[in-house]
Design a protein around this ligand. Structure first.
Ligand SMILES: Cc1cc2nc3c(=O)[nH]c(=O)nc-3n(C[C@H](O)[C@H](O)[C@H](O)COP(=O)(O)O)c2cc1C
Length: 348
């Protein structure tokens, strides 16, 4: 008999707040954990020190279990020495000019060292570590378990879920192509791993022994009930929570989600060099039209140079507006209300 997520994580309801790399907030994570779910916090781009501080802040905000999320390395990440950034910089030069920004000089690194991030997570001992873009090593899983940390892996295909199960993770998120944000595929190109949640979840449930958490396109009680009907043991929800006042999304991002319909989102590599789902805006179109996109994480770093300033100015044209296909169902402004709506769909 598969363990319930409640037993596995020490939570009251099998509802996971999805992590948001760059847009997680302590307030939202703690709100979901306090409500009885598993709040998650995305650590993309965080240094080891910032990870320690963030886990400490989460611990002050809630005594309930929470998860932190790390992007593993797939091996195709470029370093500053690997790429000539000039063509990609030229492609976005008008956007820098528009904001009155200098064209950026290449940094010493595009993202912090992943092993240092993982060591900081282990030292901080959150209840749960969730990972994307790969299979955690046996050593990492053993180190986590020896500290009482549960490990969640994330799959976009049955093969990825089987690899995660074989490695010994405690649960698998099966994330369908409806989901907002990055496609976290690691065995095959993301474009060839676009299985929808309805097809993915039951096939993953049939293939693995650990509990499956359904993600992608779930935003209300109907989606939760459907996920359980497909054999899931829980759900992970992103867009519906991102729209709430407790998230770290900018107002323009929140408003874009609030105004979204079923056809409002597209998949693009333009903003980060990796495929991700969001609402198109001028930045995305400018880069797509120029047709020059640096590989990940170079492109993510590059667009990050103008996204940060645009975000400060509340300019929705020059930020990333990540959202999923169910953004049109994200009508609630308070995370506690979103949680109550989702919880109403969990079978008794
Ligand atoms: C802005 C944004 C950032 C995200 N960042 C991450 C991340 O860093 N790590 C991760 O595992 N999932 C990330 N996701 C995926 C969510 O955690 C969640 O699985 C997904 O949003 C579920 O699909 P939904 O948007 O249809 O609810 C992100 C999603 C969004 C919208």
């Amino acid at each position: 008999m598969t363990a319930t997520l409640q037993e596995l994580f020490g939570i009251d309801a099998p509802i996971v707040l999805g992590p948001f790399g760059g847009l997680s907030s302590v307030e939202l994570t703690a709100t979901v954990s306090e409500a009885g779910g598993l709040g998650s916090y995305g650590l993309y781009g965080y240094s080891a020190d910032r990870i320690s501080d963030t886990v400490a802040a989460l611990r002050s905000a809630t005594s309930r279990p929470f998860a932190v999320n790390v992007w593993l390395r797939t091996g195709d990440e470029v370093t500053p020495g690997d790429v000539d950034l000039a063509p990609a910089i030229d492609a976005v030069a008008p956007l820098f000019d528009e904001l009155g920004l200098q064209r950026p000089a290449p940094p010493t690194e595009f993202m912090p060292d992943t092993d240092a991030q993982l060591t900081a997570v282990l030292d901080a001992e959150p209840a749960v570590l969730s990972v994307v873009f790969g299979v955690p090593s046996e050593r990492l899983i053993a180190a986590a378990h020896s500290r009482g940390i549960r490990v969640i892996g994330t799959a976009t295909s049955v093969a990825e879920a089987v690899a995660l199960d074989a490695a010994g993770v405690d649960a698998v998120v099966a994330t369908g192509s409806e989901a907002g944000g990055h496609r976290v595929s690691f065995l095959r190109p993301a474009e060839e791993s676009l299985v929808g949640t309805f097809a993915l979840v039951p096939q993953v449930v049939d293939a693995v022994g650990v509990p499956v958490i359904a993600a992608g396109g779930i935003a209300d009680r109907r989606g939760v009930a459907a996920a359980f009907a497909l054999g899931a043991s829980g759900v992970q929800v992103g867009s519906a929570f991102l729209r709430t006042r407790q998230s770290a999304a900018t107002d323009v991002h929140r408003n874009a989600i609030a105004g979204a319909s079923d056809t409002s989102t597209v998949l693009t590599r333009a903003m980060s060099g990796r495929l991700a789902r969001g609402i198109p805006n001028r930045a995305m179109r400018t880069i797509e039209t120029a047709g020059v996109i640096a590989p990940f994480p170079a492109q993510n770093w590059l667009t990050g140079q103008f996204r940060a300033e645009a975000g400060r100015r509340g300019d929705g044209d020059l930020v990333s507006l990540w959202a999923g296909q169910a953004a049109g169902l994200a009508t609630r402004e308070d995370a506690t209300d979103v949680f109550a709506e989702l919880a109403a769909g969990v079978p008794a």
